[in-house]
Design a protein around this ligand. Sequence first.
Ligand SMILES: [Ca+2]
Ligand SMILES: [Ca+2]
Ligand SMILES: [Ca+2]
Length: 257
Amino acid sequence: MNVPTGAAVIDTTAPTIPGNLSSTSKTDTSISLAWSASSDNVGVTGYRIYRNGTEVGSTSTTSFKDTGLTANTTYTFTVKAIDAANNLSGLSNSLQVKTGIVGALANHDFESGNLTGWTIVSGNAFGAGDVTTDVNWGWGGPFNQSGSYHLWGYKDGGDSQVGVLKSETFTLGGTGAIDFLIGGGNDLNNLYIALVRASDGVELLKATGSNNEAYSRIQWNAASYVGTSCYIKIVDSATGGFGHLNVDDVNVPVVTN
Ligand SMILES: [Ca+2]
Ligand SMILES: [Ca+2]
Ligand SMILES: [Ca+2]
C-alpha cells in the first residue's frame, strides 16, 4: 500500500454481518444470546445488541445476556458488528425469544401420594411406600407436614435402607429463593437434601435434619444460580439410629415455557 508519510489510513469497510444469532438459555427475566463471529479487513472490535430495535448493550465476545426482562413476553433481537473505525455491519438475522414463566417443581409437595416427578437414582431408602399421610411417627408427633402427604424415609424399611432420590431437572428462575421442610437425622455427609448443578453434578447447597422427626423449614438463597440447570437430590447413606430423612414442600422457582 502506498500511503504518504503521516497520513491516516481511513477504513471505510464495514465488518461482515454476524451470523446464526440464537438463544442459548433463558429464564423468566433473562435471555442469553450467541452468534458467529464477523470478519473485517482490519479487525472487529465488538458487537452491539438490539432488543426490539433499541440498543441494549455491547460486547467484545460473541455472546450476551439480556436481563431485567418481563416474564412470558416475546422479544426480538438483532446484532451488528463494529470495527475500530466505527463502521457498523448490517443487521444479523432477527431472532424472537419468549421469556419463561415461573412454576413449581413437579410434585414438590408429594400430594400425588407417590413419587411422580421424582426419580429413584439408587437404593430403596426412598420409595412410593415412604410417601405417607401419617401425622404421628408412633411414639410422638405431629410431623407438621404440608398438606396431606410427605416423604417419611423411615416409613417403609426403617433406618437400615440407603438410597438416592432426585427431582426433575429444571432451570432455576425467579429470585432463586428456595425453601423446604426437612426432618429426620442430623448428618450432613450421609443424610441431606442438595441443590445440584446438572452439568457436572456439583452440590451447590446442602442441608440435613436435626435428629427430630418433626419438620423444620430451611431457606436457601440461590440467587447466584438463577438461570442454571439444576435438580434437587435427597440422599440417605446412613444405616444407624436416626438414619433416615423426611422431606416435604420443596418450593423451587422453576422456569417453564
Ligand atoms: Ca473495517
Ligand atoms: Ca405435602
Ligand atoms: Ca437409612
